[in-house]
Ligand binder design. Structure first.
Ligand code: FAD
Length: 421
Protein backbone atom coordinates (compact mmCIF):
# COMPACT_ATOMS: atom_id res chain seq x y z
CA UNK A 1 0.00 0.00 0.00
CA UNK A 2 1.46 3.40 -0.95
CA UNK A 3 2.15 5.76 1.95
CA UNK A 4 -0.07 8.74 2.55
CA UNK A 5 1.82 11.78 1.33
CA UNK A 6 1.65 14.85 3.56
CA UNK A 7 3.20 18.20 2.69
CA UNK A 8 3.54 20.95 5.25
CA UNK A 9 4.29 24.47 4.03
CA UNK A 10 6.12 26.45 6.71
CA UNK A 11 8.81 25.43 9.18
CA UNK A 12 7.72 27.52 12.14
CA UNK A 13 6.22 26.43 15.45
CA UNK A 14 2.90 25.34 13.91
CA UNK A 15 4.45 23.52 10.95
CA UNK A 16 6.93 21.57 13.09
CA UNK A 17 4.36 20.66 15.72
CA UNK A 18 1.94 19.42 13.06
CA UNK A 19 4.66 17.48 11.26
CA UNK A 20 5.85 15.72 14.42
CA UNK A 21 2.29 14.96 15.56
CA UNK A 22 1.32 13.54 12.17
CA UNK A 23 4.42 11.41 11.72
CA UNK A 24 4.19 10.05 15.28
CA UNK A 25 0.46 9.32 15.01
CA UNK A 26 0.87 7.26 11.84
CA UNK A 27 4.33 6.16 10.76
CA UNK A 28 2.76 5.20 7.43
CA UNK A 29 2.45 8.89 6.63
CA UNK A 30 5.33 10.29 4.61
CA UNK A 31 5.61 13.80 6.04
CA UNK A 32 7.62 16.44 4.18
CA UNK A 33 8.03 19.86 5.74
CA UNK A 34 8.96 22.60 3.25
CA UNK A 35 10.50 25.76 4.68
CA UNK A 36 11.05 28.67 2.31
CA UNK A 37 14.12 30.02 4.08
CA UNK A 38 17.35 28.45 5.28
CA UNK A 39 16.29 29.09 8.88
CA UNK A 40 13.57 26.85 10.31
CA UNK A 41 11.95 27.93 13.60
CA UNK A 42 13.51 31.37 13.23
CA UNK A 43 10.77 33.07 15.27
CA UNK A 44 10.99 30.49 18.04
CA UNK A 45 14.69 31.28 18.23
CA UNK A 46 14.22 35.05 18.69
CA UNK A 47 11.01 34.79 20.71
CA UNK A 48 10.60 35.97 24.26
CA UNK A 49 13.85 37.96 24.07
CA UNK A 50 15.75 34.74 23.22
CA UNK A 51 14.09 32.77 26.05
CA UNK A 52 10.93 31.65 24.20
CA UNK A 53 7.73 32.26 26.10
CA UNK A 54 6.37 28.80 25.15
CA UNK A 55 2.90 29.10 26.66
CA UNK A 56 0.97 30.56 29.60
CA UNK A 57 0.04 28.89 32.88
CA UNK A 58 -3.66 29.28 32.22
CA UNK A 59 -5.31 25.87 32.25
CA UNK A 60 -8.98 26.79 32.05
CA UNK A 61 -10.08 26.88 28.42
CA UNK A 62 -12.82 29.41 29.12
CA UNK A 63 -10.35 31.78 30.73
CA UNK A 64 -7.68 31.09 28.13
CA UNK A 65 -9.84 32.10 25.18
CA UNK A 66 -10.30 35.56 26.74
CA UNK A 67 -6.68 36.29 25.76
CA UNK A 68 -7.39 36.07 22.02
CA UNK A 69 -8.77 39.24 20.40
CA UNK A 70 -9.48 37.11 17.34
CA UNK A 71 -10.22 33.40 17.37
CA UNK A 72 -11.18 32.93 21.02
CA UNK A 73 -14.60 31.50 20.23
CA UNK A 74 -13.23 29.03 17.70
CA UNK A 75 -10.34 27.99 19.96
CA UNK A 76 -12.60 27.01 22.86
CA UNK A 77 -13.25 23.50 21.54
CA UNK A 78 -9.69 23.22 20.26
CA UNK A 79 -8.31 23.93 23.75
CA UNK A 80 -10.44 21.12 25.17
CA UNK A 81 -8.33 18.84 22.96
CA UNK A 82 -4.91 20.48 23.35
CA UNK A 83 -4.22 23.20 25.90
CA UNK A 84 -1.22 24.60 27.81
CA UNK A 85 -1.18 21.63 30.20
CA UNK A 86 -0.67 19.32 27.20
CA UNK A 87 2.05 21.59 25.82
CA UNK A 88 3.89 21.52 29.14
CA UNK A 89 3.61 17.71 29.35
CA UNK A 90 4.74 17.33 25.72
CA UNK A 91 7.94 19.30 26.24
CA UNK A 92 8.62 17.75 29.66
CA UNK A 93 8.25 14.23 28.26
CA UNK A 94 11.00 15.15 25.79
CA UNK A 95 13.37 16.37 28.47
CA UNK A 96 12.45 20.07 28.32
CA UNK A 97 10.90 21.16 31.63
CA UNK A 98 9.19 24.56 31.67
CA UNK A 99 8.98 27.05 34.53
CA UNK A 100 6.31 29.61 35.33
CA UNK A 101 7.12 33.26 36.04
CA UNK A 102 5.12 35.38 38.46
CA UNK A 103 2.87 36.76 35.72
CA UNK A 104 2.06 33.26 34.39
CA UNK A 105 4.38 33.23 31.37
CA UNK A 106 6.12 29.88 30.87
CA UNK A 107 9.70 29.47 29.63
CA UNK A 108 12.14 26.54 29.35
CA UNK A 109 14.08 26.28 32.61
CA UNK A 110 17.21 26.84 30.52
CA UNK A 111 15.92 30.36 29.71
CA UNK A 112 17.20 29.65 26.20
CA UNK A 113 14.97 29.37 23.14
CA UNK A 114 17.55 27.11 21.47
CA UNK A 115 16.36 24.35 23.84
CA UNK A 116 12.92 24.53 22.21
CA UNK A 117 14.38 24.68 18.70
CA UNK A 118 16.59 21.64 19.40
CA UNK A 119 13.68 19.74 20.93
CA UNK A 120 11.39 20.31 17.94
CA UNK A 121 14.09 19.53 15.39
CA UNK A 122 15.13 16.39 17.28
CA UNK A 123 11.54 15.18 17.56
CA UNK A 124 10.96 15.79 13.84
CA UNK A 125 14.11 13.86 12.95
CA UNK A 126 13.16 10.98 15.22
CA UNK A 127 9.63 10.79 13.83
CA UNK A 128 11.02 10.58 10.29
CA UNK A 129 9.84 13.98 9.08
CA UNK A 130 11.71 15.05 5.95
CA UNK A 131 12.64 18.72 6.42
CA UNK A 132 13.47 20.56 3.22
CA UNK A 133 14.99 24.01 3.64
CA UNK A 134 15.06 26.80 1.04
CA UNK A 135 12.09 25.05 -0.48
CA UNK A 136 9.02 27.25 -0.57
CA UNK A 137 5.57 26.23 -1.71
CA UNK A 138 4.81 28.49 -4.67
CA UNK A 139 1.53 27.25 -6.13
CA UNK A 140 -1.02 24.58 -5.35
CA UNK A 141 -3.52 22.90 -7.66
CA UNK A 142 -6.09 20.16 -7.13
CA UNK A 143 -5.34 16.87 -8.90
CA UNK A 144 -8.81 15.41 -8.55
CA UNK A 145 -11.12 18.30 -7.80
CA UNK A 146 -14.49 17.10 -6.55
CA UNK A 147 -13.78 13.45 -7.40
CA UNK A 148 -16.04 11.06 -5.49
CA UNK A 149 -14.34 9.68 -2.41
CA UNK A 150 -13.58 5.96 -2.75
CA UNK A 151 -13.56 3.77 0.37
CA UNK A 152 -10.28 4.13 2.25
CA UNK A 153 -8.99 6.79 -0.15
CA UNK A 154 -8.38 10.42 0.66
CA UNK A 155 -10.28 12.82 -1.46
CA UNK A 156 -8.13 15.89 -1.84
CA UNK A 157 -4.95 15.23 -3.74
CA UNK A 158 -2.87 18.30 -4.54
CA UNK A 159 -0.12 19.12 -6.97
CA UNK A 160 2.35 21.41 -5.29
CA UNK A 161 4.82 23.58 -7.17
CA UNK A 162 7.93 24.30 -5.14
CA UNK A 163 10.33 27.22 -5.47
CA UNK A 164 12.98 24.66 -6.54
CA UNK A 165 10.95 24.15 -9.73
CA UNK A 166 9.76 20.65 -8.75
CA UNK A 167 6.11 19.71 -8.82
CA UNK A 168 5.12 17.10 -6.23
CA UNK A 169 1.81 15.52 -5.31
CA UNK A 170 0.34 14.94 -1.90
CA UNK A 171 -2.85 13.69 -0.28
CA UNK A 172 -2.96 16.30 2.45
CA UNK A 173 -1.50 19.78 2.54
CA UNK A 174 -1.01 21.98 5.58
CA UNK A 175 -0.52 25.72 5.20
CA UNK A 176 1.46 26.88 8.25
CA UNK A 177 3.18 29.80 6.61
CA UNK A 178 2.78 32.29 9.47
CA UNK A 179 1.28 35.72 9.50
CA UNK A 180 3.66 38.41 8.46
CA UNK A 181 6.44 39.27 6.05
CA UNK A 182 5.48 36.71 3.41
CA UNK A 183 1.92 36.55 2.20
CA UNK A 184 2.60 33.48 0.05
CA UNK A 185 0.46 31.20 2.21
CA UNK A 186 -2.47 33.59 2.16
CA UNK A 187 -2.23 33.92 -1.61
CA UNK A 188 -2.33 30.13 -1.98
CA UNK A 189 -5.34 29.92 0.34
CA UNK A 190 -7.08 32.70 -1.60
CA UNK A 191 -6.45 30.99 -4.95
CA UNK A 192 -7.99 27.82 -3.52
CA UNK A 193 -11.12 29.83 -2.78
CA UNK A 194 -10.63 30.98 0.82
CA UNK A 195 -11.61 34.43 2.04
CA UNK A 196 -8.79 36.33 3.74
CA UNK A 197 -9.28 38.86 6.52
CA UNK A 198 -6.80 41.61 5.55
CA UNK A 199 -3.61 41.31 7.62
CA UNK A 200 -2.69 44.23 9.89
CA UNK A 201 -0.21 44.34 12.80
CA UNK A 202 -1.15 43.59 16.38
CA UNK A 203 0.96 44.05 19.55
CA UNK A 204 2.62 47.43 19.19
CA UNK A 205 3.50 50.43 21.33
CA UNK A 206 2.17 53.97 20.99
CA UNK A 207 4.10 56.99 19.69
CA UNK A 208 3.39 60.06 21.81
CA UNK A 209 5.27 63.36 21.92
CA UNK A 210 4.14 65.11 25.08
CA UNK A 211 5.98 67.28 27.61
CA UNK A 212 4.46 65.24 30.45
CA UNK A 213 6.41 62.20 29.28
CA UNK A 214 9.63 63.96 28.23
CA UNK A 215 12.73 62.63 29.99
CA UNK A 216 10.76 59.92 31.81
CA UNK A 217 11.83 56.91 29.68
CA UNK A 218 12.06 53.87 31.94
CA UNK A 219 9.50 55.09 34.49
CA UNK A 220 6.69 52.57 34.97
CA UNK A 221 3.42 52.36 36.87
CA UNK A 222 2.37 48.95 38.17
CA UNK A 223 -1.30 49.40 37.49
CA UNK A 224 -2.77 51.98 35.14
CA UNK A 225 -5.93 52.15 33.06
CA UNK A 226 -5.87 53.12 29.38
CA UNK A 227 -8.69 53.77 26.92
CA UNK A 228 -9.04 54.91 23.33
CA UNK A 229 -11.35 57.92 23.22
CA UNK A 230 -14.42 57.48 21.05
CA UNK A 231 -14.28 53.67 21.22
CA UNK A 232 -15.08 50.96 23.76
CA UNK A 233 -11.40 49.94 23.86
CA UNK A 234 -9.97 49.97 27.37
CA UNK A 235 -7.35 47.97 29.25
CA UNK A 236 -5.48 48.03 32.51
CA UNK A 237 -2.13 46.78 33.78
CA UNK A 238 1.47 47.90 33.99
CA UNK A 239 2.30 50.97 31.90
CA UNK A 240 5.82 51.89 30.83
CA UNK A 241 7.07 55.25 29.56
CA UNK A 242 9.58 54.86 26.69
CA UNK A 243 11.69 57.23 24.61
CA UNK A 244 8.90 57.25 22.02
CA UNK A 245 5.76 57.21 24.12
CA UNK A 246 3.98 54.46 26.04
CA UNK A 247 4.37 50.68 26.22
CA UNK A 248 3.76 47.87 28.74
CA UNK A 249 0.87 45.40 29.00
CA UNK A 250 -1.84 48.10 29.34
CA UNK A 251 -0.80 49.43 25.91
CA UNK A 252 0.02 46.12 24.21
CA UNK A 253 -3.36 44.63 25.13
CA UNK A 254 -5.06 47.75 23.80
CA UNK A 255 -3.09 47.45 20.55
CA UNK A 256 -4.17 43.82 20.18
CA UNK A 257 -7.86 44.34 20.85
CA UNK A 258 -7.87 47.51 18.79
CA UNK A 259 -5.58 46.27 15.99
CA UNK A 260 -8.07 46.81 13.19
CA UNK A 261 -9.75 49.94 14.55
CA UNK A 262 -6.42 51.65 15.21
CA UNK A 263 -5.09 50.63 11.79
CA UNK A 264 -8.18 52.05 10.09
CA UNK A 265 -7.64 55.33 11.96
CA UNK A 266 -4.02 55.59 10.76
CA UNK A 267 -2.78 55.05 14.33
CA UNK A 268 -3.85 58.59 15.28
CA UNK A 269 -6.13 58.81 18.29
CA UNK A 270 -6.59 60.26 21.75
CA UNK A 271 -5.50 57.97 24.57
CA UNK A 272 -6.98 58.44 28.03
CA UNK A 273 -4.74 57.41 30.92
CA UNK A 274 -5.62 56.96 34.57
CA UNK A 275 -2.27 56.61 36.35
CA UNK A 276 -3.99 55.66 39.63
CA UNK A 277 -7.11 53.69 38.66
CA UNK A 278 -8.17 53.00 42.22
CA UNK A 279 -9.34 56.63 42.09
CA UNK A 280 -11.82 58.50 39.94
CA UNK A 281 -11.12 62.18 39.32
CA UNK A 282 -13.52 63.00 42.17
CA UNK A 283 -12.14 60.57 44.76
CA UNK A 284 -8.61 61.58 43.75
CA UNK A 285 -9.42 65.26 44.35
CA UNK A 286 -10.76 64.35 47.82
CA UNK A 287 -7.56 62.41 48.54
CA UNK A 288 -5.46 65.40 47.45
CA UNK A 289 -7.47 67.67 49.74
CA UNK A 290 -6.82 65.31 52.64
CA UNK A 291 -3.11 65.39 51.80
CA UNK A 292 -3.21 69.20 51.77
CA UNK A 293 -4.89 69.31 55.18
CA UNK A 294 -2.43 66.84 56.68
CA UNK A 295 0.77 68.31 55.18
CA UNK A 296 0.24 72.06 54.67
CA UNK A 297 3.96 72.94 54.82
CA UNK A 298 5.32 70.16 52.63
CA UNK A 299 6.36 70.95 49.07
CA UNK A 300 4.26 69.08 46.52
CA UNK A 301 7.24 67.97 44.44
CA UNK A 302 8.86 66.09 47.33
CA UNK A 303 6.12 63.57 48.02
CA UNK A 304 3.20 61.97 46.14
CA UNK A 305 0.28 60.97 48.36
CA UNK A 306 -1.08 58.70 45.58
CA UNK A 307 1.97 56.44 45.39
CA UNK A 308 2.95 57.43 41.85
CA UNK A 309 6.65 57.40 40.86
CA UNK A 310 7.99 60.79 41.96
CA UNK A 311 9.37 61.69 38.52
CA UNK A 312 5.96 61.17 36.94
CA UNK A 313 4.23 63.10 39.71
CA UNK A 314 6.70 65.99 39.21
CA UNK A 315 5.83 66.04 35.49
CA UNK A 316 2.06 66.07 36.16
CA UNK A 317 2.24 69.02 38.60
CA UNK A 318 3.18 71.70 36.00
CA UNK A 319 0.56 70.23 33.63
CA UNK A 320 -1.98 71.17 36.33
CA UNK A 321 -0.41 74.63 36.72
CA UNK A 322 1.29 73.78 40.03
CA UNK A 323 4.98 74.52 40.74
CA UNK A 324 6.71 71.48 42.30
CA UNK A 325 8.25 73.82 44.91
CA UNK A 326 4.80 75.07 46.04
CA UNK A 327 3.62 74.19 49.55
CA UNK A 328 0.39 72.23 49.78
CA UNK A 329 -1.31 74.97 51.77
CA UNK A 330 -0.81 77.45 48.91
CA UNK A 331 -2.56 75.31 46.28
CA UNK A 332 -6.18 76.35 45.61
CA UNK A 333 -9.01 73.85 45.17
CA UNK A 334 -9.22 74.49 41.43
CA UNK A 335 -5.57 73.50 40.99
CA UNK A 336 -6.14 70.29 42.99
CA UNK A 337 -9.07 69.51 40.72
CA UNK A 338 -6.84 70.05 37.68
CA UNK A 339 -4.17 67.80 39.22
CA UNK A 340 -6.75 65.06 39.90
CA UNK A 341 -7.80 65.30 36.25
CA UNK A 342 -4.17 64.96 35.15
CA UNK A 343 -3.77 61.84 37.30
CA UNK A 344 -7.08 60.16 36.50
CA UNK A 345 -8.11 61.46 33.10
CA UNK A 346 -4.95 62.53 31.30
CA UNK A 347 -5.30 62.69 27.56
CA UNK A 348 -2.40 61.96 25.19
CA UNK A 349 -2.33 62.36 21.41
CA UNK A 350 -1.02 59.17 19.79
CA UNK A 351 0.48 59.73 16.35
CA UNK A 352 1.90 56.36 15.34
CA UNK A 353 3.16 52.99 16.51
CA UNK A 354 6.41 51.05 17.09
CA UNK A 355 7.28 47.41 17.55
CA UNK A 356 7.45 45.97 21.04
CA UNK A 357 10.91 44.33 21.39
CA UNK A 358 10.54 43.33 17.72
CA UNK A 359 7.60 41.14 18.78
CA UNK A 360 4.45 41.45 16.76
CA UNK A 361 1.74 39.20 15.44
CA UNK A 362 -0.73 39.52 12.63
CA UNK A 363 -4.38 40.31 13.04
CA UNK A 364 -6.10 38.81 9.99
CA UNK A 365 -5.56 35.70 7.88
CA UNK A 366 -7.67 32.84 6.59
CA UNK A 367 -11.30 33.38 7.60
CA UNK A 368 -12.19 31.21 10.58
CA UNK A 369 -15.71 30.27 9.54
CA UNK A 370 -14.16 28.38 6.61
CA UNK A 371 -12.13 26.07 8.88
CA UNK A 372 -13.29 23.08 10.93
CA UNK A 373 -11.56 23.58 14.28
CA UNK A 374 -11.79 19.87 15.16
CA UNK A 375 -9.38 19.01 12.35
CA UNK A 376 -8.16 22.41 11.12
CA UNK A 377 -9.35 21.24 7.70
CA UNK A 378 -10.77 23.64 5.17
CA UNK A 379 -14.54 23.51 4.86
CA UNK A 380 -14.09 24.37 1.17
CA UNK A 381 -11.19 22.21 0.02
CA UNK A 382 -11.01 18.64 1.38
CA UNK A 383 -7.49 17.65 2.40
CA UNK A 384 -6.30 21.23 2.93
CA UNK A 385 -5.46 22.15 6.52
CA UNK A 386 -4.31 25.30 8.30
CA UNK A 387 -2.37 25.96 11.52
CA UNK A 388 -0.74 28.84 13.37
CA UNK A 389 -0.72 32.50 12.55
CA UNK A 390 -1.79 32.07 8.91
CA UNK A 391 -5.37 31.90 10.19
CA UNK A 392 -7.25 34.86 11.63
CA UNK A 393 -6.22 34.10 15.23
CA UNK A 394 -3.94 36.17 17.43
CA UNK A 395 -3.41 36.47 21.13
CA UNK A 396 -2.15 39.12 23.48
CA UNK A 397 1.47 38.90 24.60
CA UNK A 398 2.33 36.20 27.17
CA UNK A 399 2.79 32.88 25.31
CA UNK A 400 -0.71 32.75 23.80
CA UNK A 401 0.46 33.00 20.20
CA UNK A 402 2.68 29.95 20.47
CA UNK A 403 -0.14 28.11 22.26
CA UNK A 404 -2.29 28.77 19.20
CA UNK A 405 0.49 27.30 17.04
CA UNK A 406 0.83 24.18 19.24
CA UNK A 407 -2.92 23.58 19.50
CA UNK A 408 -3.84 24.11 15.86
CA UNK A 409 -0.67 22.29 14.73
CA UNK A 410 -1.52 19.30 16.90
CA UNK A 411 -5.12 19.16 15.66
CA UNK A 412 -4.02 19.40 12.02
CA UNK A 413 -1.29 16.80 12.54
CA UNK A 414 -3.71 14.27 14.08
CA UNK A 415 -6.30 14.85 11.39
CA UNK A 416 -3.84 14.52 8.53
CA UNK A 417 -2.76 11.19 10.00
CA UNK A 418 -6.41 10.13 10.05
CA UNK A 419 -6.41 10.20 13.86
CA UNK A 420 -8.67 13.15 14.62
CA UNK A 421 -10.40 12.63 17.95
C1 FAD B 1 10.28 38.82 17.72
C2 FAD B 1 9.08 37.98 18.08
C3 FAD B 1 9.01 37.41 19.34
C4 FAD B 1 7.89 36.65 19.69
N1 FAD B 1 7.86 36.08 20.94
C5 FAD B 1 6.80 35.30 21.26
C6 FAD B 1 6.76 34.62 22.52
O1 FAD B 1 7.71 34.67 23.31
N2 FAD B 1 5.64 33.87 22.81
C7 FAD B 1 4.59 33.75 21.93
O2 FAD B 1 3.62 33.06 22.23
N3 FAD B 1 4.62 34.36 20.72
C8 FAD B 1 5.70 35.10 20.37
N4 FAD B 1 5.73 35.69 19.14
C9 FAD B 1 4.68 35.34 18.17
C10 FAD B 1 5.02 33.92 17.62
O3 FAD B 1 6.38 33.88 17.28
C11 FAD B 1 4.19 33.57 16.38
O4 FAD B 1 2.82 33.71 16.68
C12 FAD B 1 4.47 32.13 15.96
O5 FAD B 1 5.82 31.98 15.62
C13 FAD B 1 3.59 31.72 14.78
O6 FAD B 1 4.01 30.43 14.35
P1 FAD B 1 3.73 29.94 12.87
O7 FAD B 1 4.38 28.62 12.75
O8 FAD B 1 2.29 30.07 12.57
O9 FAD B 1 4.44 31.01 11.94
P2 FAD B 1 5.97 31.38 11.78
O10 FAD B 1 6.73 31.13 13.02
O11 FAD B 1 6.01 32.72 11.18
O12 FAD B 1 6.51 30.31 10.72
C14 FAD B 1 6.06 30.31 9.38
C15 FAD B 1 7.19 29.75 8.52
O13 FAD B 1 6.69 29.56 7.20
C16 FAD B 1 7.68 29.93 6.28
N5 FAD B 1 7.01 30.20 5.00
C17 FAD B 1 6.30 31.29 4.64
N6 FAD B 1 5.78 31.13 3.40
C18 FAD B 1 6.18 29.90 2.98
C19 FAD B 1 5.95 29.15 1.79
N7 FAD B 1 5.21 29.62 0.78
N8 FAD B 1 6.50 27.90 1.70
C20 FAD B 1 7.25 27.40 2.72
N9 FAD B 1 7.51 28.08 3.86
C21 FAD B 1 6.96 29.31 4.00
C22 FAD B 1 8.35 31.12 6.94
O14 FAD B 1 9.67 31.30 6.41
C23 FAD B 1 8.37 30.68 8.41
O15 FAD B 1 9.53 29.96 8.74
C24 FAD B 1 6.83 36.46 18.76
C25 FAD B 1 6.90 37.05 17.51
C26 FAD B 1 8.01 37.80 17.14
C27 FAD B 1 8.07 38.41 15.76
Amino acid sequence: MSRRQIIIAGGGAAGFFAAITCAEADPDCAVTLCEATAHPLAKVKVSGGGRCNVTHACFESRELVQRYPRGGRELLGAFHRWQPRDTVAWFESRGVPLKTEEDGRMFPVTDNSQTIVDCLQGAARQAGVRVRLQTGVRRVGRVVPNAPQAAGKINGAFSVELTTGEVVECDRLLLATGGNRSNAGLEIAARLGHAIEPPVPSLFTFHIKDPRLAGLAGVSVESAATAVRGTALKESGPLLITHWGLSGPAVLKLSAWGARTLHDGGYKFALAVNWAPRFTTETCRAELERARAANPRKQLGTWCPLGLPLRLWEALLPAAGIAPAAQWASVPGAALRALAAQVCAGEFAVDGKSLFKEEFVTCGGVRLSEIDFKTMESRLVPGLHFAGEVIDVDGVTGGYNFQNAWTTGWLAGRAMAGRAE
